[in-house]
Design a protein around this ligand. Structure first.
Ligand SMILES: [Fe+2]
Length: 312
């Protein structure tokens, strides 16, 4: 009998990025990108958007570039405990929890790794913050992460079977868009040569906020490397940038809203007209494609490479 997913994920809460250029990255996200620092330590900083999450982004000083962890919301500590039982039944041992997590933003949660070494966190009861006004053209929070995978079928199977995500659409056999709530996607996988972070997207409240946000970045001397435009799959607006770490970040808005029992997944052809509905963005540059491919990321818990150990 098929086992049920380990939990019902309510939302993507936050993403942690590992960065060797910690100071520059923190300045970029706080001063240009429009996030606000909620807490900072010598080797980490936590930044929020205008939404209800304590933080959308954690930057952690590291000797290597990569994805630290992806954090999803579950409803209650009891669901976290049940998720731990179900993970164990599948032969997956949490690397932390279930229990109170000793971290900024708190939460009752657990962490485990996916088959490519990404660190996944499920939490309930994180610290409440007061939502801020949405007038300013700054991000509400993080809304999706696109992950490069060496095996898109295995990755989609794991995130659907284990985490209960649903496939909203495919872009040929190259990308799969997965949802956990009404938003068309919170995670997308991109078939690539290796596992790495492709990009992290931040939600702008409307297409007007999105465009004004581009204007604010322009005043900081930052122009999009791809965009503005509107994607076919997900129907969301997009503008892609590279942060000081070399990781790609996106402003997006107006992602398609899925009515759960009415949605029928499609396979989109990969044509310029469908990936750029407005025809404003053109083809992505070689440079942004290179940043989206990134470098092989074995995950935050992988043993350091021998060269790194020797230099440590
Ligand atoms: Fe995106």
């Amino acid at each position: 009998m098929p086992q049920p997913p380990v939990a019902r994920l309510r939302a993507l809460r936050s993403v942690e990025l590992l960065t060797p250029t910690f100071g520059e990255a923190a300045d970029f996200y706080a001063e240009a990108w429009g996030l606000a620092v909620v807490e900072s330590e010598r080797d980490a900083v936590w930044l929020r958007g205008t939404g209800e999450e304590h933080h959308a982004l954690q930057l952690t000083r590291s000797h290597r570039v990569g994805l630290g962890r992806i954090s999803f919301a579950v409803a209650t500590p009891a669901e976290v405990d049940e998720a731990a039982r179900r993970l164990l039944a599948r032969g997956i041992t949490p690397v932390a929890g279930p229990g109170r997590l000793d971290q900024v933003g708190g939460g009752y949660g657990l962490r485990f790794t996916d088959p490519e070494g990404r660190l996944i966190e499920l939490t309930a009861e994180t610290w409440a913050v007061r939502p801020r006004g949405r007038d300013e053209a700054v991000p509400v929070g993080v809304t999706h992460a696109v992950l490069n995978t060496a095996d898109i079928d295995a990755s989609v199977a794991f995130y659907c079977d284990v985490l209960g995500l649903r496939v909203s659409d495919w872009s040929e056999h190259q990308m799969a868009f997965l949802r956990c709530n009404a938003d068309h996607h919170c995670i997308a996988f991109n078939q690539a040569e290796w596992a790495s972070l492709n990009h992290v997207a931040y939600e702008m409240s409307s297409v007007d906020h999105f465009m004004r946000g581009l204007g604010r970045l322009r005043h900081h001397g930052i122009t999009p490397q791809w965009g503005p435009g509107r994607h076919g799959p997900g129907d969301n607006t997009f503008s892609y940038f590279t942060d000081p770490t070399g990781l790609v970040c996106e402003y997006t808005s107006e992602v398609a809203q899925v009515v759960e029992d009415r949605w029928i997944a499609k396979v989109w052809r990969r044509t310029p007209e469908l990936s750029d509905l407005w025809g404003t963005a053109g083809a992505p540059s070689q440079e942004i494609r290179c940043h989206m491919a990134g470098t092989p990321d074995p995950g935050p818990l992988a043993a350091p490479a021998l060269a790194e150990e020797a230099s440590a």
